[in-house]
Design a protein around this ligand. Structure first.
Ligand code: PBG
Length: 316
């Protein structure tokens, strides 16, 4: 099976791929699961979004499904940080547990090392202090396979190493997972708008920043080339991030690629709306819908938003 059959596999993927304009069925809700958490914890700046325990997550998914959401992007936060190993039993239990309880949802797994490593960078750190591309890709692909073996429906690589999409496709295909789609964070910038997320995912780099692997906002050509490359490497879905500050790139990327292109309304963007609303500067729901209308106008095929669970109520 390859791309054109893969994206028809489920009604969820057909929604994301359809050329109709942005609507509530095209929203994906991010979720966080934290190993060994006893009670769920609020995330600063993002009301209604939590670091979840296994049991609180099940309740949240149930309530989200009642609100009309059936696609999720899961961030896994292991307790023990390691630069060589994975908390396989945590991933396995978390992912298979969700799918067992909610077989009808589509569960994307964010695939990155920043919540895993001792240093919070998205890849493998060499002794000279640089992120080694090939070692990173190898480890990330092993994580993608572990997610697939645990029951993930889709893989969403967010690390921005070179060659990770091809490597993930290869390891999935050669282990009997050729039906699993890859939604690549294909045009992902180094950004100041990921702040609330990093607290939630325990992924703040302990030194430096991510500018040696994430895109530079000043570099338009590389930003477009990165999505073009991921299509060539075998991605099934492309994505821009942060959404609002990449809005000008949606059309140029669509012109140069033939894959469904989504955007991620990231934590800092969501928190901005929340903060303005808290201070009485805008009406929260109207502010959110305005941003979604802009994404629709700009031509995205799908949207990842922390307020996805409100889309059915507020949006077409
Ligand atoms: C992991 C990852 C990040 C986000 C999604 N996956 C953080 C980062 O790259 O530093 C950001 C999501 C958000 O801010 O909502 N690499």
């Amino acid at each position: 099976m390859n791309h054109l059959r893969r994206i028809k596999k489920s009604h969820h993927l057909r929604e994301l791929s359809s050329s109709s304009s942005l609507n509530a069925k095209k929203f994906i809700q991010p979720l966080f699961i934290v190993e060994d958490l006893k009670e769920r914890e609020a995330i600063d700046g993002m009301s209604g979004v939590y670091r979840e325990s296994e049991s609180s997550l099940y309740k949240q998914i149930e309530s989200d499904m009642n609100s009309g959401v059936d696609q999720f992007l899961l961030f896994t936060v292991p307790k023990k940080k390691s630069d060589t190993e994975f908390s396989s039993s945590f991933y396995n239990k978390a992912i298979s547990g969700i799918k067992k309880n909610f077989p009808d949802i589509f569960l994307w797994l964010d695939t990155c090392l920043c919540s895993v490593t001792t240093h919070g960078h998205c890849g493998h750190l060499d002794s000279d202090g640089t992120i080694h591309n090939e070692k990173s890709v190898k480890r990330l692909s092993n994580l993608a396979l572990l997610f697939a073996e645990s029951g993930a429906d889709g893989i969403a690589p967010s690390d921005m190493m070179d060659g990770r999409v091809a490597s993930h496709r290869n390891i999935l295909d050669s282990n009997g997972f050729n039906q699993i789609p890859i939604m690549s964070y294909s045009t992902k910038f180094k950004s100041n708008f990921y702040g609330p997320f990093r607290d939630a995912a325990e992924s703040t780099p302990s030194f430096g920043d991510r500018s040696t692997y994430q895109l530079d906002v000043r570099d338009r050509e590389s930003a477009i080339a990165a999505s073009v490359r991921d299509e060539k490497e075998g991605a099934d879905f492309l994505m821009l991030k942060p959404g609002m500050t990449s809005i000008d790139l949606i059309l140029p990327i669509r012109e140069k690629t033939n894959l469904p292109l989504g955007a991620y309304q990231v934590s800092g963007e969501y928190a901005s709306v929340e903060l303005l609303a808290k201070n009485g500067f805008l009406k929260r729901e109207e502010g959110l819908v305005e941003t979604w209308n802009v994404f629709r106008r700009a031509g995205v095929s799908f949207l990842i938003s922390y307020a996805a669970r409100e889309a059915k109520r507020l949006f077409i």
